[in-house]
Design a protein around this ligand. Structure first.
Ligand SMILES: *Cc1c(COP(=O)(O)O)cnc(C)c1O
Length: 389
């Protein structure tokens, strides 16, 4: 049904498979294994000659429904689900690369991704070079004969820098490398990286795809051929999404589009308001004309998204004071929730980077990130106004 329908329709309809009971809403299959009707059928399933579930480490109907629905939304041939976003990123590298190969990654990526690439994969002979998310020339200059993967988040966390996905895809293709985009901040409701030329899309489903802060999950999407390697890693190593979490995410996807529009509306209004506050040095939101990559963002995203970052003139003291004065916003590092969250990146999500790495990435001590939720935006402003005063 993927070519025939719009995203809103696919979000509630794609991927549904009904059991013998013909249930309307998708069922949750809480079972670790599946029974075969004969020894011959068991053999055929294991050989891959007959489709159908075998064992829930790598085949579960609820997980498969969620994968099919997300694949439809991203316009991907195949989706492989994982237990978390980090498991999805690990599986991408483990499934597609080998020791002695090289990654070029944006300097402005999720803190745990930097730790994974530098401290863990580095020990297994995979080297990573970090470059500017906003300067494609740096990506070209970082290429080596053994470069296999470009890895970028756009917009980035927490600075909302926007990368030119089309330009990076062209450079990667010419070099025989794959471009992977962590599409966590936009979700397919706002941006479809495969349409822009990327080879792989990665999700932390923990964020907007669930959308209500309930479960962890992750996904990798791309062509059948690329996903075969990623799936083989899942099947063998087992960072599997549980059927329960898949069912929660499947239900989250049904409201993705209307949630993303509402998050974006609130975030744009909050960003405009923050820009007018004298205590605020700068506001980083792709939907604001003042954002350095505003035009690019509007060309490849539907809206500016739900994340707003801003620097306070008063540095860390002012940032902590603002955070501690809130009564409504949640002080937590999560994002993509219906509830607004407020974070001080330099002392939390990005605290494991060295001060030099943080400086290079532009994550100062006065930086505050708000993942704007679905509360009334007047109430969010009032909560912040107290701490700014
Ligand atoms: C949260 C996040 C991740 C990691 O996802 P988990 O589900 O927490 O493992 C990866 N990338 C980005 C951009 C994130 O925000």
């Amino acid at each position: 049904m993927n070519d025939e329908y719009d995203l809103e329709t696919l979000a509630v309809r794609a991927g549904t498979v009904r059991s013998q009971f013909n249930e309307h809403s998708e069922a949750m299959f809480l079972t670790s294994s599946f029974v075969f009707s004969s020894a011959a059928e068991a053999a055929a399933r294991f050989k891959g000659e007959q489709p159908g579930p075998i064992y829930a480490r790598f085949t579960n109907p609820t997980v498969n429904m969620m994968e099919a629905r997300l694949a439809a939304l991203e316009g991907a041939e195949r989706c492989v689900a994982f237990s978390s976003g980090m498991a999805a990123i690990l599986a991408t590298v483990m499934g597609l690369m080998k020791a002695g190969e090289h990654i070029v990654a944006s300097r402005s990526i999720f803190g745990s991704t930097v730790q994974l690439f530098s401290n863990i994969l580095g020990r297994f002979g995979i080297e990573t070079t970090y470059v500017s998310p906003t300067d494609p020339a740096e990506w070209r200059a970082a290429l080596k004969p053994n470069t296999k993967l470009f890895f970028v988040e756009s917009p980035s966390n927490p600075l909302t820098e926007v990368s030119d996905i089309r330009a990076l895809a062209t450079i990667a293709r010419e070099a025989g490398a794959w471009l992977a985009v962590d599409n966590c901040f936009c979700s397919p409701a706002l941006q479809r990286p495969l349409d822009l030329g990327a080879d792989i899309v990665i999700h932390s489903a923990t964020k907007y795809l669930d959308g209500q802060g309930r479960v962890l999950g992750g996904a990798v999407l791309g062509s059948q051929i690329l996903m075969e390697g990623v799936y083989t890693f899942l099947r063998t190593a087992g960072p599997t999404l549980s059927a329960f979490n898949a069912w929660v995410i499947l239900k989250g996807l049904e409201t993705l589009s209307i949630r993303m529009d509402a998050h974006s509306r609130n975030a744009l209004e909050l960003a405009k308001w923050l820009e007018a506050q004298p205590q605020v040095a700068r506001v980083l939101y792709p939907g604001l004309p003042s954002h350095p990559q505003h035009a690019l963002a509007m060309a490849q995203q539907k809206t500016g998204g739900g994340i707003v970052a801003f620097d306070l003139k008063g540095g860390k003291d002012a940032a902590w004071k603002l955070i501690d004065a809130t009564k409504l916003l949640s002080i937590t590092a999560n994002l993509g929730d219906t509830k607004s969250t407020i974070t001080h990146p330099s002392s939390t999500t990005h605290s494991r980077m060295t001060p030099e790495q943080r400086d290079a990435a532009g994550i100062g001590d006065g930086l505050v990130r708000i993942a704007v939720g679905l509360e009334s935006v007047s109430d969010i402003k009032a909560d912040l106004a107290r701490g700014l005063a």
